[in-house]
Design a protein around this ligand. Sequence first.
Ligand code: MGD
Ligand code: MGD
Ligand code: SF4
Ligand code: MO
Length: 815
Amino acid sequence: MAEQARHGFTRRSFIRGAAVLTAAGALVGCSPKTRDLEETDEKQQEAPETQIFSGVCRGNCAGGCFLNIHVRDGQVVRTSAREMPDPQYNRICMKGLSHPHRIYSAERLQYPLRRTGERGDDQWERISWDEAMGEIAEKWNGYVEEFGPASVGLFTGSGNYGLVNGMSTGGVTSRFLAASGIAYLNQTVDAAANFATSRLLGMGYYSSGNEPADMLNARTILIWGANPAISQIQNMHFLMEARDNGTKLIAIDPMLSQTAARSDQWIPVRSGTDGALALGMMNYIVEQGWQDLDFLREHSVAPCLVKESDGKFLRQADLDGTEVSAEDAKNAATALVMGADGATGVVGTVADPQLEGTFEVNGIKATTAYSLLLERIAEYPVSRAAEITGVSEDLIRDVAEQYACNTPSSIYTFFGIDHYWNGHWSQGCLGTLAILTGNVGKPGAFCGFQECLGSGLGNAVLASPEGAPGQAAKYNAPFLTKAFDEGEYAGEPFNLKMAMFSHTNAVTNMADRNDTLSWMNRCEFLVGADMVMTDTMRYCDIVLPVAHWFEKEDVFVSYATHPFCLYQEKAVEPAFESRADIDIFNELAERVGCGDIFKITTEEYLEQMFRTPQAQAMGADLATLKEKKAVRQAGEEGEAYVYGEGGVFATTSKLAELYVENPVGSNPYTEGWDLAKEHLAYWEPALQVGDEERRKTYPIQLLSEHSRFRTHTQWFEADMLKEIDTEPFIKLSPTDAATYGIQTGDQVRAYNELGSVVLTAQINPGLPQGMATCPKGWEAHEFIEGSFTELFTKEGNPFCSNQAYFDCTVAIEKR
Ligand SMILES: Nc1nc2c(c(=O)[nH]1)N[C@H]1C(S)=C(S)[C@@H](COP(=O)(O)OP(=O)(O)OC[C@H]3O[C@@H](n4cnc5c(=O)[nH]c(N)nc54)[C@H](O)[C@@H]3O)O[C@H]1N2
Ligand SMILES: Nc1nc2c(c(=O)[nH]1)N[C@H]1C(S)=C(S)[C@@H](COP(=O)(O)OP(=O)(O)OC[C@H]3O[C@@H](n4cnc5c(=O)[nH]c(N)nc54)[C@H](O)[C@@H]3O)O[C@H]1N2
Ligand code: SF4
Ligand SMILES: [Mo]
């Protein structure tokens, strides 16, 4: 191994990797580069000493790309795209290609560490696993005994979407939470979009939208608050192919994003006003009579009667003067509708239910949900929508017409709208627009995450093992400081003493970095588990080194832009003293007294997963997965999976619920909240971005675009990527740059009442005046001064707890 380099990859593989990087941005799985790779690959396979394992790249980029892991002498030398059963889903990006640079990075945590300096000082001593686990367990057991199980909390993020070693539902962290019965520290990230669309259409967090290949079936696609050219590059080729086939792509985005630049039309909407835009479009659609009345009547709650007295659906029990059963009260399918003949009946049983009207039945006044929606829509004539959104009346009418008439239409959305204080409202308006026009539940029609999030394989069984007490409490992170101050959380005693951080870089990724550090520092003891020394690990008292994804066996079942369940073979041994998460949590469980409940091996994990009803429905078993390495979870070959096909959705009623009868908030402090804002499509301005008074002091909106070169902070340790993505930049519009006398390369300070950051400027003509953006994912030491994540408010929506990252305004000055 004369070629052996310092970090364990050969010089040849490094050069090859670097060549691939010249195609920066291209999804290599779809470009001519792939062929080069595959040819090289065949030659590699002939080399007797190289073994190839199947693997999955599984950070939070919504990717889950299927990879070959090339191993020589027990070390990963390179990766390549692995053939999927459906070649439309073959893919890898430059991050996927640079895994060896992560695995053998100098930032890799090598052995357990104990803090010796102040928190954050980065001074450590090496300790043994036994000492580390002993100390953690001693503290843990002591706190639980003295202050109860909610005095210890587990904070998880989005580090690894593997089922076994990951943090999604059913993964080790959720199983451990349930088994140990401690508190869950909830990051409330990405919490508005799904909250809104799920209550309309019933997709749970990890259940599927239409399969990405279904985009090819749409005639119009509104790419609304999403930047797939960067943030779901795996999907981008479907969009481009659809466009080549004549599908109209319309990007609705305040800036000329990389995706907008590749679309047929760009609608520059004012930030945070999407709900008003959707309502204005609905207004015009209704005026023109383009709504889908049959769909509304048959597949939605539109004809259901809503009582004027309490906003609940009218049910037979109301007419009989008896109590509505608890079960019926949760099921809109038991609501009454008004037949053309004036007789009421349960939705679905009345031949020609009236969509509009207010009726008095047995002295009870009730209006159809559809009429209530029309009243809401009437508040947004196109002229008003134009005034709020900055989009001209003609353009609003034009987009509305294309969406409603050139069908089937899809709304491809991701988290660009979610990240505002008013995110769930705007997102709800998009979903309502889709229901109004019947653009859901059929090929080419969907509204939400146009990707296959997986079938929920194994979640329920694995997430709550037998005998598990379940988590003691759920604390939303933005309220932790308040809870420490008040000694209570939502009326309950609060006594958090210890927190464990696993699969998260909370310090860099939570809004209001200084607030995160402040509540962390009010905990007596902090434990971290990660592959690398992150800003979060730096503040922990004990840090545990975790094995890289390729160093542990696993399976990938959820949160992917493809419909496959993929097998991760253990390709190499964990580097240094690192351990797989499942081993760490098994030992911890043993030491904190819940070993009997939690205990599970990887093999048992996989076996149990395949015993779930979802797996049975899939018709696959573990042996097939191990043999084929990839099995389809949803849809069929050549026929893309469609969510809610035939207009049957996963809501309790199976209907599209454009009127939400029982809105349940995720913010713990919702008492007295005006539910009129939650039943129907609704909009009000964003918090900072929509506040004209604030913008006199802090005039510039600061966006955090998701970086092409990192998945959040992951890959910061891959030096090779840093050669092309050298430092964090703030991108400014030419107008603002001129106003402040700033040129590309100048140092700029951006600040507000929460913090400040200094970074280098770039002028970007794609940005409107008053908007700046900075790719996210940089650790504090990578900035010239301060940290970008100091600037974002933790103030989320009062009903739907979220992280409103984009709802941020700052002042800027040239340094
Ligand atoms: N300012 C601003 N901040 C944002 C956003 C924004 O737009 N603006 N976006 C937000 C969004 S949308 C999200 S989803 C969050 C993401 O926030 P995080 O989930 O915190 O994202 P990552 O930086 O990927 O951190 C995951 C950590 O898990 C570690 N990890 C990876 N694999 C494993 C494993 O197998 N085991 C263990 N134990 N650890 C592992 C990684 O090394 C990494 O340190 O960031 C949010 N932060
Ligand atoms: N390479 C890479 N991929 C990633 C990630 C990563 O860090 N790196 N992170 C992953 C995660 S967890 C997430 S949440 C997703 C995010 O995925 P996306 O939501 O697709 O990406 P974002 O960069 O957050 O921004 C989306 C778009 O919304 C636009 N936007 C901002 N404000 C508004 C608004 O008010 N209205 C409208 N209509 N548009 C607006 C922005 O200009 C941007 O073009 O990406 C995932 N994929
Ligand atoms: S980072 Fe995302 S797109 Fe790139 S290889 Fe990994 S999963 Fe695929
Ligand atoms: Mo996210």
